[in-house]
Design a protein around this ligand. Structure first.
Ligand SMILES: *Cc1c(COP(=O)(O)O)cnc(C)c1O
Length: 393
């Protein structure tokens, strides 16, 4: 069975992913089950997507009933589900209008377009967008060009011009990168794919002050850190500054594809009719599901629970031999390992023990657990991680 699936996968899919040993066939809350019936505790949430747990009954009901009532009408028509969701997103974040799309990459693509057109209105012919080394913004050519590590791949050249990368969390380097052509600074508040590295308040304030003085835009990529993951609806809400543009995806659809670029009131009119579009974007099913996700996550009790579980896991792991630090906030945690420990090896042994997480760099385990586990399950996860690190030491 397994072997046959693997063979067909190799034959019929472009080999762009290194896949795990197991195939998952069912999910329920914080648990996943493979084709042999083995149970796993999910500390990855499909990479920060299924934050409410798998197959949440209210999301299943919302998607099924909307699919049965009205599936898709295109963006040639008004759509109440879309407007409802846009209003929620706007009011709960930075107050301006929303552009919908289908992924995090596309949300950032919209932000890049807004930043460039905004710069053009200021008379800038060759706009530059400043990004940070270690950042991840997606895989289309715009988002890829904003992702320094991957943009360096010459086999994929040429990248889009107009992107400048500065050292992570270095406010001085950031200041020095500004020119008369600077259109925007684009950044995560906590670098996720890099291995969970939060920016300091100092750099966030510098990014805000420098963009404001230059007349440029500040773009926060909340694709991974947003939608409750850090214990507030948007991660920037725990920090000192607000962006001009915010992008969201991943958990926004709870497993259903959707992305959004939210503007401030001042930047919301930059894109005009014909400037941008997408066939599926903000369709009724995706919009209703995302609105339900926000209903369920944007509650003080749930956001408090995210912080509580995050602290529980953090304090459990901080005492473990072999753990040098635990980075991040809420349920977005990077566990820094001692020299000599092999993150991917520990990830594999955890999989065998029934715990799913990933290792975005050799010295780090990344935890993006669901928000719906019990204290007991959180402690079980910590125990398994401690065991696996102990065995690897
Ligand atoms: C995952 C991710 C993206 C890309 O999102 P896709 O939906 O895979 O296109 C962009 N930015 C951040 C911070 C991400 O974590």
């Amino acid at each position: 069975m397994r072997k046959e699936l693997e063979d067909r996968e190799h034959r019929f899919l472009m080999q762009t992913y290194r896949r795990s040993e197991i195939d998952l066939v069912r999910g329920e809350g914080p648990l996943l089950f493979d084709s042999e019936g083995k149970e796993y505790l999910d500390f990855l949430s499909g990479i920060a997507v299924t934050s409410l747990g798998h197959c949440h009954p209210e999301l299943v009901e919302t998607a099924s009933s909307q699919m049965a009532e009205l599936d898709h009408v295109s963006n040639l028509f008004f759509s109440e589900p879309m407007v409802d969701l846009a209003e929620r997103l706007s009011v709960g974040s930075i107050g301006g209008p929303v552009f919908f799309c289908n992924s995090g990459t596309e949300a950032n693509e919209c932000a890049i377009k807004v930043a460039r057109k905004h710069a053009s209105r200021r008379g800038i012919a060759s706009p530059e967008i400043i990004t940070f080394k270690g950042g991840f913004h997606g895989r289309s050519y715009g988002a890829l060009s904003a992702t320094p590590a991957m943009a360096a791949d010459e086999a994929l050249a040429p990248m889009l011009p107009g992107f400048v990368a500065v050292d992570f969390d270095d406010p001085e380097a950031l200041a020095n990168a500004f020119t008369d052509n600077t259109a925007a600074v684009m950044m995560e508040t906590i670098q996720g794919e890099a291995g969970v590295f939060p920016f300091s308040a100092e750099t966030l304030v510098a990014a805000r002050d420098l963009t404001r003085e230059a007349g440029a835009l500040l773009v926060f990529d909340e694709v991974q850190a947003g939608v409750g993951r850090t214990g507030s609806l948007w991660s920037f809400q725990q920090g000192p500054v607000q962006p001009d543009l915010m992008t969201s995806s991943k958990a926004l659809g709870g497993g259903f594809p959707i992305g959004a670029c939210v503007a401030s009131r001042e930047t919301g009119q930059v894109l005009e009719a014909g400037d941008h579009g997408s066939t599926f974007a903000g369709g009724p099913v995706a919009s209703r599901v995302a609105a339900k996700v926000l209903d369920l996550i944007d509650r003080p009790e749930l956001l408090h629970r995210v912080r509580e579980l995050g602290e529980r896991i953090r304090s459990g792991l901080e005492g473990v031999d072999g753990v040098v630090e635990v980075r991040g906030r809420g349920l977005m945690l990077g566990v820094g390992l001692d020299d000599g420990l092999d993150g991917p090896g520990i990830r594999d042994s955890l999989l065998a023990k029934g715990l799913i997480l990933n290792s975005p760099r050799p010295d780090t385990l990344r935890l993006l657990p669901t928000f719906v586990m019990s204290d007991r399950q959180a402690d079980d996860g910590v125990g398994l991680i401690a065991d696996a690190i102990g065995e690897a030491s």
